[in-house]
Design a protein around this ligand. Sequence first.
Ligand code: ADP
Length: 678
Amino acid sequence: MTATNQSKPVDISFLNGGGEMGELIRSKDWSATSLNSPAQWPAALRYSVSMMLSTKFPVLICWGKEYIQLYNDAFRPILGVNKHPQAVGNSAKFTYLEIWESIKPMFEDVMSGQSVSATDFKVSLNRNGYLEDCYFDFSYSPIKDEKGEPGGILVICMETTDKYRAIDGFHAMNEEMTAINEELAAANEEMAATNEELASVNEELLTTQVSLSRSEKLFKSIALNIPNSLIIMIDKDHRFITIEGDIMEKMGYDSKNYAGKHPTEVGPPERYEASRHLYERVMSGERFSVPRKSSTGEDYMVHFVPIKNEADEIDAGLIIALDVTDIKQAEKKSAMLAAIIESSDDAIISKTLESVITSWNDSAERMFGYKADEIIGETIYKLIPPDRQDEEPKILGQLKGGERVEHFETKRLTKDGKLLDVSLSISPVKDSEGNIIGLSKIARDITERKLDETRKNDFIGMVSHELKTPLTSLNALIQVANAKLKNSGDTFLEGAMAKASMQVKRMTGMINGFLNISRLEAGKILIEKHPFEIRDLIQDILDETKLIISSHIINSFDCDSISVNADRDKISSVVSNLISNAIKYSPQGKLIEVCCRLSGDKVIVSVKDEGMGIEPYDLNKIFDRYYRVEATHTRHIAGFGIGLYLSAEIIKRHDGEIWAESESGKGSTFYFSLPIAG
Ligand code: ADP
């Protein structure tokens, strides 16, 4: 400071404020520079500095030819620690030595009066002890003095390095990103390839899984569909792979999940020990079966099957347990049946629905002379005499239609051509669903019995015939005696003769019955059919009966005029027999009703009584030959049990039917039907 200056106070109020830089500028000794002291600064500089200090934007002022620098707080970061604060009052050339060559032309241009500006101007500055690329937006304007000449430069400068760095970083990042992206794309491609591989592996897995689950289901359904079975699969360590079947619980396996478990984990160790040697055998490749009996009596057959993998190694064991109790019992039964069949005295033959013989027992061999191996496979027609060949198709038709074939007597041919009398019974052989798959035939040789019967019938016929002759004479004698006694007035003898006549009639009836039987058996009964009114026949019989019977009330009802074509005498004997039975088997004074009525193309004749009736058991048998009801109340009633048999045979030969309805103790009604005359 000089005395001159002291005499004239220096106004530096323009340097008021301005932050730290204001302070620094005020306190700086400017005498070492061409600017001397702020008080002597030209007005343009002063104004500029004042404006600079009051603004928040980075502003630098370079004054004079040396470009002495002044700047504000906001400009300091642009200079950095390497240049600030030495830059204040120092020449721009030295401060920016490293970039001077690039900015000098601009300084000179401004000092020549031009304004210069640039954006994102790049310079390499050493402001923090090292060179760094910095970017600036700036405007350089000349500060003109009082004469209008540029005395300095006003630099407004905004650093854009950060933006640039960010952009650079962004670019670098972008590049990196691109590289990464490329890498990613490559990785993606790899991934896609891997994915494809995975997808195909997945597909394979899925197919394997599907086929596995199918196999599992199949296994389960096979196991469950084999009735009375248990199927177990074990692995090398005897662990259960799977176990299924409808007799699981029955065999002591409850419905726990056994998969993957060892037998000792799910059951008593003793049980495993008992089966271990079997597991070992199957896993060593042996295929075998063992019978087992349970404590509750069931029979099981257990099959062990080794299972090999693709490499031909045994990796599982299949154990199939089947409950064979029923089969065993059936075997026993069929063995018993076979023994019965073999030991039977009857010929037991089975044949197909095509009449081919399929089995032949010992008795069949004895009876017909053929050995089993020479007749099995042959047709049954070999045993049927030529005149009876039509019997077989009839029997087959009946059986196929679901009808039973009752016992019937016929003749069959032996190997040596002898005719045998046989009683046949034929039954259908059905499968478990009830379909007829064959026929079984039991043949009994009744030749001897037939011979006996013939002999007996011949004898009865002969005796009856012999008895008939004296009886006819006796009857004639009684008739003559009766005629002579008519007006004798001897009532006793008259009555005695009438009774004798009745007894002779009864006896004649009985003898006729026996004669008829023997004729019938010998096939000698002749049916001579002629049309007649059934009503008239009934009336004649009733009239005749009423003449000699006064013990019962006998009536006929509802008899229509119906003509039948039949053997009048034979039908007459049937009606008479039914009426005489009604009288025999009902108490005195009771009503007997005889009716005949039309039913479709038949006439039905009925004889109803109010007698003792017949038990259901006997009702089925009263039409059999010699059958009589054995009861205390029938014992005293005379008879041989041939009347209904003969009646039934006569009706049968007329293509009619005979039957009875009865209630024990209340009475019976006998019916027969005959076709009406066409
Ligand atoms: P019988 O000579 O014994 O009468 P039948 O063949 O005529 O022979 O009758 C067979 C059996 O049927 C008789 O023994 C009798 O027990 C029974 N019977 C027949 N008719 C009647 C009837 N109207 N009421 C009760 N039982 C009867």
